[in-house]
Design a protein around this ligand. Structure first.
Ligand code: RB5
Length: 149
């Protein structure tokens, strides 16, 4: 499993903790910044990660800002990206199973790091459901983007 990861200043500490988790399970992890707690703009890091994930089939992204909201709004502007901003293990699981999400966006200010770790673990464990209805719906998202399926 390969993860491109990024954060802004508000998500930096959480990103560091989640990076350890990913490295602990031997996931290939490429950190695209930010690398400290100085003020930065989340769209810059969302775009870095989203472009990499869109260009590399089968790769995933992890983005952390204060809430995960700005990161998901930005990442979803990139064709081929399905960025989800789940808030618990259930929404993390169905983001993979139903929506085939390829970027996980989390909040550094909206829940404690142990909760962020649980959400990441649920995302990692889940696989897209084989049911035709879920595939059909994801195909429709891809068609809306004007991409080839
Ligand atoms: C930064 O203060 C904050 O606005 C940002 O991290 C994020 O929460 C935006 O969605």
């Amino acid at each position: 499993m390969k993860f491109y990861i990024g954060s802004d200043h508000a998500g930096f500490r959480t990103k560091v903790a989640l990076k350890k988790l990913l490295l602990g399970i031997n996931a290939e992890t490429v950190d695209l910044g930010t690398f400290g707690e100085d003020n930065v703009d989340y769209p810059d890091f969302a775009m870095k990660v989203a472009k990499k994930v869109a260009a590399e089939k089968g790769s995933f992204g992890l983005l952390v800002c204060g809430t995960g909201i700005g990161m998901s709004i930005t990442a979803n502007k990139v064709k081929g990206i399905r960025a989800a901003n789940p808030f618990d293990t259930y929404t993390a699981r169905v983001a993979r199973e139903h929506n085939d999400a390829n970027i996980l966006c989390l909040g550094g200010r909206t829940y404690p790091t142990p909760q962020a770790k649980k959400i990441l673990k649920a995302f990692l464990k889940a696989k897209p459901m084989s049911g035709e209805r879920h595939k059909r719906r994801v195909r429709k998202i891809i068609e809306i983007e004007g991409m080839e399926c």
